[in-house]
Design a protein around this ligand. Sequence first.
Ligand code: CA
Ligand code: CA
Length: 200
Amino acid sequence: MKIFTLIMMCALFFTVAGWAQTQPLLLDDFEGVISGGPEGTVDFGAGNGSAVQVVADAQIKNTGAQSLKVTYDAISGGYMYVARGLGLDAKNSCWLLKPEEIAWDSYKSLTFYMYGQDSKAQVAFDVKDNGNEMWRFFVEDNFKGWKKVVCPFEQFFARSDWQPDSADKNEAIDFPLKSFQFEPLPEAEGILYFDTVELS
Ligand SMILES: [Ca+2]
Ligand SMILES: [Ca+2]
């Protein structure tokens, strides 16, 4: 009887430990009002001839009631950004959790869902670290429909094409991260949907 109890307790322990380890943390679901500008909930814009529009979409979504619909035209020499997080120009673009409240040590990857159109467009997924240094991960739109994109922290690289003036440029990802951004890269145009950004 004692051995049976011990075995059951061990089984319970490993089940709980496994659950705690694999349970992802929802960082952003793009719910509620989606708007741009200084009072907006998404920090987005484009320059040098490129264009981007960002709205909520209630038809094509992965979790919750809506996703983020990004309509883009990325021309040669142009740039764009669609960002959420802390310290951005759009005042209300915060994640569901404050960066400093997250146990970053417990996670190895950022993940998000992208609804592709198999356009072969290259999309950069950048994060800004605690030293304002920008780190990049590439994903290609080479699938149709929703796909979970897994971005291990160790596979991000510091951007060499551009960094904010305030970046520490210490070549180390300093946690807590402050924000993330999606950037369809030139030359490409189309529509992408994003949803369900998690830590795992
Ligand atoms: Ca959602
Ligand atoms: Ca850094």
